[in-house]
Write a protein that binds this ligand. Structure first.
Ligand code: NAD
Length: 404
């Protein structure tokens, strides 16, 4: 049987412990979440029936700052997965050096089979139930799979009604009209591009002329396709959940992949897309896409993980053996949480930054974080993912020790 996402996290934690020569007492708090809040809520369906839905919030570690992480509305999101995602948030915030901890939450239902009014009831009940545990200096949620700025707006409104005060910084990824940050929509893709440029520079290479395959055409995938195209990269493959296209000589990034037709562009399967020749492969859709059964066929030289958890540990080992470099999710997609941090900062200071100011602040954080990781990876002869864990665990344990 394959390891669960949380077991994979524990394996990576153990490796970091050994490399850093830490004692068990140093690392023990990172083996389990600090708090898990779970409850059942009841909503009224549009047909008059009642439905009970399980909701949760995992608060993994707050040594470096308030818990931070998205809320997932998904029928399959179980506690093991949410705990692994919460732990990954603590690691991610530490890798980019922003003063936040790790958390994640969810509601176990399928928003695709629920009306907006039913989804709003879930959001508001989630907010009322979790209100005692969350807040601007405590735990700051955000969107995740199948949750939107609109849903963040409902959660904010219900929270403020429950606690009886204004507190826009209790949530990020909210609509700009409610205090959301400019640039949050493209932050994950833009942050990934800053990291990719720094990585290529460290190898004496540049983005212009590089061939790229991107899996997923949502917020992360479509935005990075457009930014890379504008930087002179050659997009040779694109996909969403229903379509996959490729053209070895390059294709023009369309508005939408539905009904995309262009001369010389072939329709292929999503599985084929991942193993086509290219310099750079960017998984930007789901977890668990690069596995022991397809990793050996990947032809790309570099993998930039915009999705969370697209590569299994088995695939990581195959890539290491083949000399394929993986730039891990905890750095590659950290532009999203970094601009969430900017949103939180703006709300706390009562400020509104321009889109240019957001970019000006994001770029050095992403580039310097890559630099620190690259130095550590070279010094200790580690792949970037292991180096990221070592860097993050050192910072989190350092914060825990400083308070002990
Ligand atoms: P999204 O819902 O906007 O887009 C997801 C895309 O993936 C869609 O185009 C969908 O069609 C496609 N997709 C679904 N199943 C697919 C399949 N089997 N094959 C190919 N494509 C498929 O989501 P998003 O916000 O772009 O998130 C994508 C990934 O990036 C997730 O893993 C998410 O956790 C991660 N991520 C996103 C952000 C962010 O700010 N949006 C931040 C960090 C990490």
């Amino acid at each position: 049987m394959k390891n669960t996402p949380f077991q994979n996290y524990l394996t990576r934690l153990e490796e970091a412990k050994e490399i850093l020569n830490l004692e068990e007492k140093d690392i023990a708090p990172l083996r389990e979440a600090e708090h898990i809040h779970q409850s059942d809520i009841m909503i009224k369906r549009d047909d008059g029936s009642d439905e009970t839905i399980k909701i949760y919030r995992v608060q993994f570690n707050n040594a470096r700052g308030p818990y931070k992480g998205g809320i997932r509305f998904h029928p399959m999101a179980d506690l093991d997965e949410v705990k692994a995602l919460a732990a990954a948030m603590a690691i991610k915030c530490a890798v980019v050096g922003i003063p936040l901890g790790g958390g994640k939450g969810g509601a176990q239902f399928d928003p695709k089979t629920h009306s907006p009014a039913e989804i709003e009831q879930v959001a508001r009940a989630w907010s009322r139930t979790m209100a005692p545990f969350i807040g601007v200096e405590k735990d700051v949620p955000a969107p995740d799979v199948y949750t939107t700025p609109q849903i963040m707006g409902w959660i904010l409104d219900e929270f403020e009604k429950t606690v009886g005060r204004k507190e826009p910084g209790m949530i990020t990824g909210k609509p700009v009209e409610l205090g959301g940050s400019l640039g949050r929509d493209t932050a994950t893709a833009q942050g990934g591009v800053y990291v990719l440029e720094a990585f290529l520079k460290s190898r004496g290479e540049e983005l212009r002329g590089k061939t790229v395959i991107i899996q997923g055409f949502g917020n992360a995938g479509a935005n990075i396709a457009r930014i890379l195209e504008a930087h002179g990269a050659i997009i040779v493959g694109l996909s969403d959940s229903k379509h996959a296209y490729c053209r070895a000589e390059g294709l023009k990034v369309p508005e939408s992949l539905a009904d995309f037709k262009s001369e010389g562009v072939s329709i292929i399967t999503n599985e084929e897309l991942l193993t086509k020749p290219a310099d750079i492969l960017i998984p930007a859709a789901l977890d668990n896409q690069l596995r022991d059964d397809n990793a050996a066929n990947v032809q790309a030289k570099y993998i930039l993980e915009l999705a969370n958890g697209p590569t299994t540990p088995e695939a990581d080992a195959i890539f290491e053996q083949k000399g394929i470099v993986v730039i891990p999710d905890v750095l590659a997609n950290a532009g999203g949480v970094t601009v969430s941090y900017f949103e939180w900062e703006q709300n706390r200071a009562g400020e509104k930054w321009s889109a240019e100011e957001v970019q000006t602040r994001l770029k050095p954080i992403m580039q310097n974080s890559f630099q620190a990781l690259d130095e550590l990876a070279k010094e200790k002869h580690l792949p970037y993912r292991k180096a990221a864990f070592v860097l993050a665990v050192k910072r989190i344990v350092g914060a825990m020790k400083a308070k002990a």
